[in-house]
Write a protein that binds this ligand. Structure first.
Ligand code: SAM
Length: 475
């Protein structure tokens, strides 16, 4: 039985409810009256239910879709302005005891190079990341209780926060590690993590079990209930995601929205972010082996509808997608992207060694291989403000407090100046000459759009202070 408030995976992600939702969506995909009602509701910018959003996903009417895209762009502007937050993944270890059939880290893969960073190697990786200009990382690791126990992850987080090279600092560490216990989530919270990210991969239990034939990750309920345990452990920013391509996208879409509804209903706060990864080619992985691949157009439609359905949830796109696809979906609701990424263990400090190596430690092929400077430059030319902001988390504005900020649309007086100040830091410390010139002009123009006069004046002063060598201002 479907119960949004149940703590059992199979009840809050009820297979029956998803199937009924899909049937309802099919039956109503040309129901003009209902679609009009749903669009009117979406215009209120307070979100849609999984059923309503699924009807729009099933609808193929071009006129309706152009309205959906326009609305997604409007919501993106209203909640996130023109800022795009930047981050990089940091692969700590690719030791893994799971059997995920889409991931080259699976235990049976004997020809991938297994690596685990030592604390000294982490210093080198993070120094290289700081020298690129990164302030926010997502740490990634395979699941291996012997090689990558929670103590190792905690030690790595501690090391990362402790590294201050030149003007560099990692100010927010998000964590993408396997589902774990409440006790371990408490430890992660105490270590000062930002968002806890865990991709569901697929919400379809049967499909999930086929895709995870062996290892602890095989337990669908334990994996699906992880975010509840994380929240019980005190982590109030959690990031959802499905790996598109594995199972039917319409099923996943309804599932991820039901998951968001569940978190909101039980914990009073929905997911902080939703990621939209697609399966990529990797060491012994051929994406065409999975017959649910989605086209770029469907991918864009999914992004737009996620934006409309959960306006307060940030949306992340990684370098799994190429420049062209990223450009297409940025205006439809993406709020965070990675840049200059390496998916190999140790790939930042010594990229040449990784490229020359006969056996790779990479998780998947990166489609957007540009440097962070190129990404920053490109974003600005498209009219976005690249942001290295980490202020909310450091000011304790997590969970419902972040949502309150977002809902009050105070972002122009808060996130906007923070984005400009962190961009200014980037330009001073890391940018190429051309990027710096574009960025300086952008900051001048954008400072004038801060509505609150006092905030605007203070931001002007801080921007000046940054040019004089001071760092780390925030509202
Ligand atoms: N091991 C952790 C877990 O079990 O959730 C997470 C870390 S893993 C490095 C991060 C994510 O990469 C996975 O959750 C999966 O969605 C994604 N991934 C794995 N193989 C992939 C592939 N071939 N292409 C794209 N993404 C992939």
């Amino acid at each position: 039985m479907y119960d949004v408030k149940s703590m059992k995976a199979e009840e809050f992600i009820s297979d029956e409810e998803i199937k009924e939702t899909l049937a309802f969506a099919d039956a109503n995909k040309d129901n003009k009256e209902l679609i009009e009602e749903i669009l009117e509701k979406a215009k209120l910018e307070k979100g849609l239910t999984h059923r309503e959003a699924s009807v729009l996903l099933a609808c193929e009417d071009e006129e309706v879709m152009s309205r959906v895209y326009a609305l997604a762009e409007q919501i993106k502007k209203d909640f996130y302005g023109n800022r795009i937050v930047l981050f990089a993944p940091l692969y700590l270890s690719n030791y893994c005891v799971n059997g995920c059939v889409y991931c080259p880290y699976h235990q049976k893969n004997k020809h991938i190079a297994r690596k685990k960073l030592t604390q000294e190697e982490i210093v080198k990786e993070v120094t290289a990341l700081q020298d690129m200009g990164h302030k926010r990382l997502a740490i990634e690791a395979g699941e291996d209780p012997v090689n990558n126990p929670i103590e190792y992850i905690l030690e790595c987080i501690d090391t990362i926060y402790g590294i201050h090279h030149k003007n560099g600092a990692i100010r927010r560490v998000n964590v993408n590690i396997a589902a774990t216990t409440v006790e371990n989530y408490q430890k992660l919270k105490a270590a000062g993590i930002g968002t806890y990210v865990l991709f569901q991969e697929t919400y379809n239990k049967e499909g999930y079990e086929q895709l995870h034939p062996t290892g602890p990750k095989r337990d669908y309920a334990y994996h699906t209930e992880a975010m509840d345990r994380a929240m019980e452990g005190g982590i109030d920013d959690v990031g959802l995601g499905v790996l598109f391509g594995l199972q039917m996208y319409r099923y996943e879409f309804a599932g991820i929205l039901m998951h968001a509804e569940h978190l909101e209903a039980v914990h009073g706060v929905g997911p902080h972010t939703i990621s939209v990864p697609r399966v990529k080619r990797a060491d012994d992985i051929d994406p065409s082996a999975f017959d649910n691949g989605i086209s770029d157009d469907i991918f864009a439609k999914l992004c737009a509808l996620i934006r409309i359905a959960v306006p307060y949830t940030g949306m992340i796109i990684s370098t799994r997608e190429n420049q062209q696809v990223r450009e297409k979906v940025l205006p439809l609701g993406i709020s965070q992207i990675s840049g200059g990424s390496r998916t190999s263990v140790g790939g930042y400090a010594d990229p040449e060694a990784e490229e020359a190596a006969e056996v790779t430690s990479e998780q998947f092929d990166v489609s957007d291989q540009r440097t962070l400077d190129e990404v920053v430059n490109w974003l600005m030319k498209l009219g976005y403000i690249p942001s290295f902001c980490t202020a909310c988390y450091r000011e304790g504005r997590t969970g419902d407090r972040f949502m309150a900020l977002c809902k009050s649309k105070q972002i122009l007086n808060c996130c906007h100046p923070n984005a400009l100040m962190t961009l200014k830091e980037y330009l001073e410390d890391y940018a190429s000459e051309e990027t710096k010139n574009i960025g300086m002009a952008l900051i001048d123009k954008e400072l004038d759009t801060i509505p609150n006069l006092k905030v605007r004046q203070t931001a002007y002063e801080h921007i000046h202070d940054i040019a004089e060598g001071q760092r780390d201002f925030r509202f």
